[in-house]
Ligand binder design. Structure first.
Ligand code: NAG
Ligand code: NAG
Ligand code: NAG
Ligand code: NAG
Length: 572
């Protein structure tokens, strides 16, 4: 009797949660759409001063100052707009899309601290909203931006190709897309800052976004008859897919978000990678980290669980129910709080998974995803469950309730006017940090669409083979000769180290020994990444023991896109 009563209660709770989420989606959708459009120049009501097609991150100018345009945020926002337009949901958006293309075409050509268009400037993360360069110090380069921008524009190009001639696409959109794809193909194998702009290393989200852009870029190039780039894009896509597998932490059972940074690696990075590389045609493929793949579900659980005990707002919530999630558990930015867009991303991954299971008429529980599924049926074992089985019903309705739970939390901490900031306070739940964050609005729209069962165009993730050995991208290196004049005493030698792997990543122990053949000019030639801002210093060692570094600041240069370069310094 008690059991029946409890299950009736919890069923009732699930239904209540579902209907309250239904009404939240209904009321918040138009607010999120309007909030997103308000942050796009030149007509947006909250983006005064932004040029046409320029997306501001937020109108907030103080603590934090987000009145800039980020390539990442803009591209994710316009992917939503382009999806709505190309799917026929909103045919009024064409002018916005054309403005976006023009704005990004201009930004690509703006010389900035990461370089010029041909020397690494495409990796610059953010610009002023009048399309001038932002010259302050920042975590740069960030190599996901060009990939995400290409993905948004390829979605539009594929639509345009059905509407107009290939030659028209080649003369208008293709040059912009090609610049980004050439950059991705040349530089995916170099380190850069992660999507939170804090860690310079390789990053799962970045590699996943790069892989996707190269795949769909190769397909578009083929469709446009631009055959000369196809094999380069396909080769580097295969290399990136190979590298993508290496982020897996087999003992922890999750994808490590960054190869550097010294954190746990549990990060919204993985859920975001999964939803932004979702391909409904790829099933539950784990190599491309599809939302319903065992590795993506295992990673989701590990990531979500990392926030259960650290936020006061999550206290008293059952261990298998939804909680508020943030960027990563070690986060201290603004005190380290849950974010709207990360909590939404978890729900979106789960809705995407439900779409595929329903379409396939079955789901698989593997040893890797077992801990995830045990949250919904503790007795479940690994196996394939057909849609007709009670286990399938129990698991999918458990996942649906779990997913709705994340949106219920999103709803609970959204103020009555529906405005979405960046974060909400870990103790009180009050909105904080940047107001009207454009990405928060875009993320609300994509999770709502996924909940309605909407999918977006396939990008070619189905049936991909992971190469058995991972190749580096050697195409992207150039030979640079470092020369320094330095007088030395007997037993003393000059060494070089710097900011890239090729220069031993600032390790004095592993620093490169220069030749004294032309003493007092010491020299060495090193293959370094092309089109990259590189810092370096010479050091002195006596009988192999470090004696001194050159004085500050570091020497800095941008390596060329191709050819060779010689740098001549005098020891200082
Ligand atoms: C070398 O780089 C420059 C600048 O990006 C470019 O214009 C030129 O075509 C490149 N040459 C070759 C051989 O790739
Ligand atoms: C081409 O674009 C125009 C204007 O947006 C639209 O009216 C027309 O339906 C499109 N044609 C196709 C084949 O998509
Ligand atoms: C470059 O690719 C190789 C081979 O996959 C990999 O071992 C290395 O970590 C990659 N480096 C970066 C910075 O992506
Ligand atoms: C389940 O696994 C089988 C065998 O590995 C595979 O053929 C099938 O596509 C999988 N189904 C799903 C929904 O992942």
């Amino acid at each position: 009797m008690r059991v029946v009563f409890l299950s009736a209660l919890s069923l009732c709770g699930a239904v209540l949660a579902q209907s309250s989420v239904d009404s939240y989606v209904a009321s918040e959708s138009p607010i999120a759409k309007a909030g997103m459009l308000a942050n796009i120049g030149a007509t947006g009501s909250r983006s005064g001063g932004a040029k046409a097609g320029v997306v501001i991150a937020s109108p907030s100018t103080v603590d934090p100052d987000y009145l800039f345009t980020w390539v990442r945020d803009s591209s994710l926002v316009f992917k939503v707009i382009i999806d709505q337009f190309t799917s026929g949901e909103d045919t009024t958006l064409l002018g916005q899309i054309q403005n976006f293309v023009s704005a990004e075409r201009a930004l690509q050509q703006v010389s900035n601290p990461s370089g010029t268009v041909s020397t690494g400037g495409l990796g610059e993360p953010k610009f002023n909203i009048d399309e001038s360069a932002f010259t302050g110090s920042w975590g740069r380069p960030q190599r996901d931006g060009p990939a995400l921008r290409a993905t948004a524009m390829i979605t539009y190009a594929n639509w345009l190709l059905k509407n107009t001639s290939a030659s028209n696409v080649v003369s208008t959109l293709w040059p912009v897309i090609k610049l980004d794809l050439d950059y991705v193909a040349a530089s995916w194998n170099q380190t850069g800052f992660d999507l939170w702009e804090e860690i310079s290393s390789s990053s799962f989200f970045t590699t996943a976004a790069q892989h996707r852009s190269l795949r769909e870029g190769a397909a578009l190039a083929t469709a446009l008859g631009q055959t000369s780039v196809v094999s380069a894009y396909e080769t580097q896509a295969a290399n990136a897919l190979c590298f993508l597998q290496s982020y897996w932490n087999p003992s922890g059972g999750y994808m490590t978000s960054n190869t550097g940074g010294g954190r746990s690696g549990k990060d919204a990075n993985t859920a975001l990678a999964s939803i932004h590389t979702f391909d409904p045609a790829a099933g539950c493929d784990a190599a491309t980290f599809q939302p319903c793949s065992d590795k993506a579900l295992a990673s989701l659980k590990v990531y979500v669980d990392a926030f259960r005990s650290i936020y006061t707002v999550n206290q008293g919530i059952a261990a298998n129910a939804a909680v508020a999630t943030g960027r990563y558990p070690e986060d201290v930015y603004m005190g380290g709080n849950p974010w709207y867009l990360t909590t939404a991303a978890v729900a979106e991954q789960l809705y995407d998974a439900l779409i595929v299971w329903k379409a396939q008429g079955s789901l698989n529980v593997t040893a890797t995803s077992l801990p995830f599924f045990k949250q919904f049926q503790s007795s479940v074992t690994a196996g394939n469950y057909a849609a007709s089985s009670p286990t399938f019903t129990t698991l999918t309705s458990g996942v649906k309730t779990f997913a709705d739970g994340f949106l219920a939390i999103h709803a609970k901490y959204t103020p009555t006017d529906g405005a979405l900031a960046e974060q909400f306070n870990r103790n009180t739940g009050a909105p904080l940090s940047a107001v009207h964050l454009t990405w928060s609005y875009a993320a609300a729209l994509t999770v709502f669409a996924a909940r309605e069962g909407k999918t977006r165009a396939s990008w070619g993730a189905a049936g991909l083979a992971v190469p058995s050995t991972c190749e580096r991208n050697n195409a992207g290196t150039v030979a640079v000769t470092f020369q320094v004049t330095a007088t030395t005493v007997f037993g003393e030698n000059i060494y070089l180290t710097g900011s890239v792997d090729a220069l031993k990543s600032w390790s004095p122990d592993n620093a490169l020994l220069l030749s004294a053949a032309a003493y007092p000019t010491w020299s060495i030639t090193v293959n370094v990444p092309a089109s990259t801002v590189i810092e370096y210093k010479f050091i002195r060692k006596v009988n192999g023991v470090l004696k001194s570094w050159e004085s500050d600041p570091n020497n800095q240069f941008t390596s060329p896109a191709n050819g060779t370069q010689t740098l001549s310094d005098a020891w200082r």
